[in-house]
Structure formats: structure tokens, C-alpha cells
Design a protein around this ligand. Structure first.
Ligand code: NDP
Length: 240
């Protein structure tokens, strides 16, 4: 399998597990990161997967990065839009910057990345796009109007693009993780996290590998009849 897969935010947390799972399955993987240079260096040393630094919220940076990755590895046939941030606050305290940062990084990034690979996927008659949404985009969450709006937007984006890609061999799906044990969730206060875990029927947080398993399924060549779907991977916390 020499298809090229690009994972945004692919050097830490859920993205790292996705990058490694894809590599183990035989794909040629490129992992993106932006702020955490040290983690990216360590990731490449550990896995041998090349890491590319660019800001997914910048269309110009995405465009340049796709050109570079295409030149170095080949055309991107699998895109996993995983990069994401939180900037939590209740609306009456939320700044415009907190709103804007989350919308740009979590939602506009999906446009930026998909737009930069879609023409080549259409020309080749093959493409797999997986967008990482969230349980909080499905159900909403106190203190996260920005994040919930962006993630909810991802689910609409997925369904619309799936319709456009279907006749061209391009599938577009979403995964909505529940609470997964990564740096993002470790930032949640302990008492709040305990309450969250108590509401998860499986009785534990998700592991990054639980999400990677779903991505592997969706990007397979023979998953070509699965498009426009959202797979919830949340230990039974929310059934949508
Ligand atoms: P982490 O905070 O552990 O990692 C986030 C990743 O996104 C990092 O690799 C980070 O890069 C990258 N990133 C952030 N901003 C940018 C940017 N502007 N450009 C490029 N890369 C960027 O998050 P998780 O692994 O927990 O989350 C991964 C995805 O899963 C996110 O979309 C998140 O919203 C979603 N999710 C997570 C859940 C959870 O419980 N953990 C639950 C539901 C959804 P760098 O290392 O350089 O900082």
C-alpha cells in the first residue's frame, strides 16, 4: 500500500495514534504539527514518520505544505483533518479571539486542507477524507460555544462534501470521539473529569488508539460505500 496519508495535528495525542496506525498498515504517512516543535522532533525520532510544520488555519500555509508533501512523498490520497484546539469560556466571558481561533483552527482548517487536495483526488478518481468532530459538536457543552459550533460545522461539511465526492471515488466521513485521554482532556479539572467518566457507560476514557481504529476502517480502499457517515467512538456516552 503506497498511498500517501496526511494527518493534521498528527504528532501528538489522537493524531499521533492515527499516524502510527496508518504507518503500521503500510501507508506512507506525513504528520502535521504547529506549535510543539519538541513533541514533533521526538515523534519523528520514535516513529520515522516525517513531520511538517504549518498552521492549518492559514490557507496559504496549507497550500504551500501540500505542494511540498506532494513533491516529497507523492499526491495526498488520504487526508485526516484532526488538528484542533479548545479555548473554553462561557459566552458572556468569551472574547472574539477565543471564538475566532477555534473556528479557524477547527473548522476553517477543514476547508483549507480539503480544498488543497480535492482537485488532485478528483483527477485521480480516489480520495479518503476523515474529519475529526466531537461528542461536544453532537451534544453541545457548557463553556464551549466556539468548539461545539466548529465541531458541529465539521459534521455538516462532511455530509456536503461527501455528496460532491461520491461519483469521483472520494469518500468523506467524520469520527466523533468522546472523551479521550490526551493532553486536551488532561487540561480539564480533575473533579470535572471524574464526573464525565461517571457518565461513560464503558467506565473509562477513550484511548487514542480507539479513534485510530475507526480512521483505519474509513480510509480502506474497500470502504468505498461508506460516505457522509459519522462514527461515534465514545464508550456509549452519547448515542446520536
Ligand atoms: P491534543 O491537544 O493532544 O493535540 C492537538 C494537535 O493539534 C497537536 O498535534 C497540535 O499541534 C495540533 N494543532 C493545534 N493547532 C494547530 C494548528 N493551528 N495547525 C496545525 N496543527 C495544530 O488534542 P487531541 O489529540 O486530544 O485532539 C485531536 C482532535 O480530536 C482535535 O480535533 C480534538 O478537538 C478532537 N477531539 C478530542 C477529544 C479528546 O477527548 N481528546 C474528544 C473529541 C474530539 P502541536 O503538537 O504542534 O501543538
Amino acid at each position: 500500500m503506497d498511498r500517501v496519508a496526511l494527518v493534521t495535528g498528527g504528532t501528538r495525542g489522537i493524531g499521533k495514534a492515527i499516524s502510527v496506525a496508518l504507518k503500521d498498515a503500510g501507508y506512507r504517512v506525513a504528520a502535521n504539527y504547529f506549535g510543539n516543535v519538541e513533541a514533533a522532533k521526538q515523534f519523528t525520532e520514535e516513529t520515522g514518520i516525517p513531520a511538517y510544520r504549518f498552521d492549518v488555519s492559514s490557507f496559504a500555509e496549507c497550500e504551500a505544505a501540500i505542494q511540498k508533501i506532494t513533491a516529497e512523498l507523492g499526491p495526498v490520497e488520504i487526508l485526516v483533518n484532526n488538528a484542533g484546539i479548545t479555548r473554553d469560556a462561557t459566552l458572556h466571558r468569551m472574547t472574539y479571539e477565543q471564538w475566532e481561533d477555534v473556528i479557524q483552527t477547527n473548522l476553517t482548517s477543514c476547508f483549507n486542507m480539503a480544498r488543497c487536495v480535492i482537485e488532485s483526488m478528483r483527477d485521480r478518481g480516489f480520495g479518503r477524507i476523515v474529519n475529526v468532530g466531537s461528542i461536544n459538536g453532537q451534544a453541545g457543552q457548557y463553556g464551549q460555544v466556539n468548539y461545539a459550533a466548529a465541531k458541529s460545522g465539521i459534521h455538516g461539511f462532511t455530509k456536503a462534501l461527501a455528496q460532491e465526492g461520491a461519483a469521483k471515488g472520494i469518500t468523506v466521513n467524520a469520527i466523533a470521539p468522546g472523551y479521550v485521554d490526551t493532553d486536551m482532556v488532561r487540561a480539564v479539572p480533575h473533579a470535572v473529569l471524574e464526573k464525565i467518566i461517571a457518565r461513560i457507560p464503558a467506565g473509562r476514557l477513550g484511548r487514542a488508539e480507539d479513534i485510530a481504529r475507526g480512521v483505519l476502517f474509513l480510509v480502506a480502499d474497500d470502504a468505498d460505500f461508506v460516505t457522509g457517515a459519522t462514527i461515534s467512538i465514545n464508550g456509549g456516552q452519547h448515542m446520536y
